[in-house]
Design a protein around this ligand. Structure first.
Ligand code: EPU
Length: 419
């Protein structure tokens, strides 16, 4: 198993180019199942999750060819059931269900379980499919949705934590080929949902309201092939911005979309970080001493849960007390105990973490538990004195393209080692 060995204490300086967004490309690749014509997707990040989605689509019968940072997908003839083990291994693969139901009027996938960040139910996805007229059953570990016809409907897709990103994506994709008009209320407003809607519209779908809580989808008879360039990864951009602040360096983010990062940049400014825009480049550096800030994660345009762990690493380095409240995933605090190994003083109280920041961090061996927790440990390790070994680096490879190489280019002393 591979690990990252980090020698901390080096301010990160230079430029980093932001890759395409993992959470946009996964549903966009799945959307290519909605047509028998070829689709070409560009700015595809080289990530294990993306390769995995490619394998699932191939298993379903699609031809999938990666070339450079593009992927060409042609789903001439497909089957309606995902391979049990393949789908179960990556939670994001649930988003094949909407396209399969839309195109074939039937879909079966293994029921995704919970994961280290929380329970992760799919009741809202299924509620949406049922509203379109599908019969939904759960049997032998599979969830099946089947319909003779899909009929557009008005539905409310809000849950206990607000909107659902992949639930919205799934129902939107199924509804593109339903008869009549579907209106999704409390739809997710995340830029990844907007990007998917843009791709679907390029395929001939009729979707309006993407980016707002009300999505209107007028069903069409069929979709055609399309080309699309994926949006830059706002979570990757936020991670490097935080790494600049944590190491007291200066990083220029190339290709990031500042308009997708308002909540993160606002908190970074409050904590004493300077952000300067020159064209499409954003330069990040500290603006004097860091100050603690309180953060609550929320659906977009609130502070993203996917940046909570990285921000906690920064707050652990910031003198004073900050309270970080997680409102999206109930147990997304696996990084707390590992940050503790580096010397961070953090206590969990219900959905909040109380960070008593400013204690010096020193390197230690730590275990990555999930993708964003790993990123937080890397940031903390970069800022800590001495050596930090982040084990189970495959979590990082799921969602950060060439992270160790990008960090080295910024001056970090990071090596990938085989255990
Ligand atoms: N929820 C329900 N019922 C459902 C679906 C969701 O109650 O049917 C709840 C969840 O339990 C959670 C909340 O709704 O409390 C929001 O979950 P959501 O459905 O929005 O999450 P997701 O679509 O499964 C995507 C990203 C996650 C990201 C979340 C929130 C992908 C592949 N995954 O997951 O990304 O944290 O949205 O923004 O797009 C990551 O990249 O590290 C990651 C975990």
């Amino acid at each position: 198993m591979e690990s990252l060995l980090i020698k901390g204490g080096v301010p990160l300086c230079g430029e980093v180019t932001i890759s395409g967004a993992k959470n946009a490309v996964l549903p966009i690749m799945a959307a290519a199942l909605l047509t028998r014509e070829p689709c070409v997707i560009r700015r595809v990040p080289n990530l294990s999750d993306v390769k995995f989605m490619g394998r699932i689509l191939t298993w379903l019968g699609a031809e999938v060819h990666f070339q450079g940072d593009s992927v060409r997908i042609q789903a001439r003839k497909i089957k309606g059931a995902g391979d049990y083990d393949l789908v179960r291994k990556m939670r994001g693969s649930i988003c094949i269900m909407g396209p399969l139901l839309g195109r074939l009027k039937k879909a079966a996938v293994s029921l995704p379980g919970g994961c280290v960040i929380g329970a992760r139910p799919i009741n809202l996805h299924l509620k949406g499919f049922a509203a379109l007229g599908a019969k939904v059953t759960i049997e032998n570990g599979y969830v099946r949705a089947e319909a003779r016809r899909l009929i557009g409907a008005d539905l409310f897709l809000g849950g206990r934590a607000g909107s659902t990103v992949l639930g919205t994506a799934n129902v939107m994709m199924a509804a593109t080929l339903a008869e009549g008009v579907t209106v999704i209320e409390s739809a997710a407003c995340e830029p990844e949902v907007v990007d998917l809607a843009c791709f679907l519209n390029a395929m001939g779908a009729k979707i309006t309201g993407a980016g707002s809580p009300t999505l209107t989808i007028t069903g069409v008879k069929q979709l055609h092939g399309a080309e699309h360039e994926v949006i830059p990864d706002r979570i990757e951009a936020a991670t490097y911005a935080i790494a600049a602040a944590a190491t007291n360096g200066e990083i220029t983010l190339r290709g990031a979309r500042a308009d997708h990062l308002h909540a993160v940049f606002d908190k970074l400014r409050d904590t004493g970080v300077k952000l300067e825009r020159q064209g499409s480049a954003i330069t990040v550096r500290r603006n004097g001493r860091l100050k603690p800030v309180d953060i609550t994660t929320l659906p977009y345009s609130g502070f993203p849960t996917d940046v909570q762990a990285q921000m906690m690493a920064l707050m652990a380095l910031t003198p004073g007390i900050s309270i970080i409240t997680e409102r999206i995933f109930e147990s997304r605090f696996m990084h707390v105990s590992e940050l503790g190994r580096l010397g961070a003083d953090i206590e969990i109280e219900g959905p909040s973490a109380i960070v008593k920041g400013g204690k010096p961090l020193s390197g230690a061996p730590v275990m990555a538990s999930d993708l964003r927790a790993s990123a937080a440990l890397v940031i903390a390790g970069l800022a800590a004195s001495g050596h930090t070994q982040v084990n189970r680096v495959y979590h990082l490879d799921r969602g950060y393209e060439n992270m160790d190489a990008k960090l080295r280019k910024l001056g970090a002393r990071v090596q990938r080692i085989e255990e």
